[in-house]
Design a protein around this ligand. Structure first.
Ligand code: IDP
Length: 139
């Protein structure tokens, strides 16, 4: 089902480098409405659960360790065509390949510390949003 919602995290590198404000500004100026927003953190156990689909990948251990290395910002966003438009706004997974002006092009340094997460499907956006927010918080 198309929900027009996506889920994002501002990752530990972007939080540590002071980019929360600039990234949220870029997101809202690009037409996304903030439905829910939380400054929080992932324990190694929680990060492992969140990225379970990547458990067999060689970078999984480093990813879990990086994602639990410091605070993050989690958010649910709404816009027509949210999944596709947000993936466009953040740019390619590897920031060196991300188009100019995208969030990863502007704020990320490497493929493992790439500033933001964006859901890849409506179904995953719902699962990932529910990982951080209660039904009441998502209204
Ligand atoms: P995405 O975040 O652009 O959707 P995915 O393939 O779903 O990319 O991978 C999830 C996360 O895992 C990426 O954002 C990145 O942080 C990390 N990652 C993906 N591929 C690599 C890699 O080859 N080396 C190190 N980290 C990676």
């Amino acid at each position: 089902m198309k929900t027009n919602r996506t889920f994002t995290m501002i990752k530990p590198d972007a939080v540590a480098n002071g980019h929360i404000g600039a990234i949220v500004d870029k997101i809202t100026k690009s037409g996304f409405k903030i439905i829910a927003l939380k400054y929080t953190f992932l324990t190694p156990e929680k990060a492992g659960q969140f990225y379970e689909v990547h458990a067999a990948r060689p970078f999984y251990k480093d990813l879990v360790s990086f994602m639990s290395s410091g605070p993050i910002v989690a958010a649910i966003l709404e816009k027509d065509n949210a999944i596709e438009d947000f993936r466009k706004l953040i740019g390619a997974t590897d920031p060196s390949k991300a188009e100019e002006g995208t969030i990863r092009n502007l704020f990320a340094k490497s493929i493992d510390a790439n500033a933001v997460h964006g859901s890849d499907s409506d179904e995953n956006a719902e699962i990932e949003g529910s990982f951080f927010f209660s039904a009441f918080e998502k209204f």
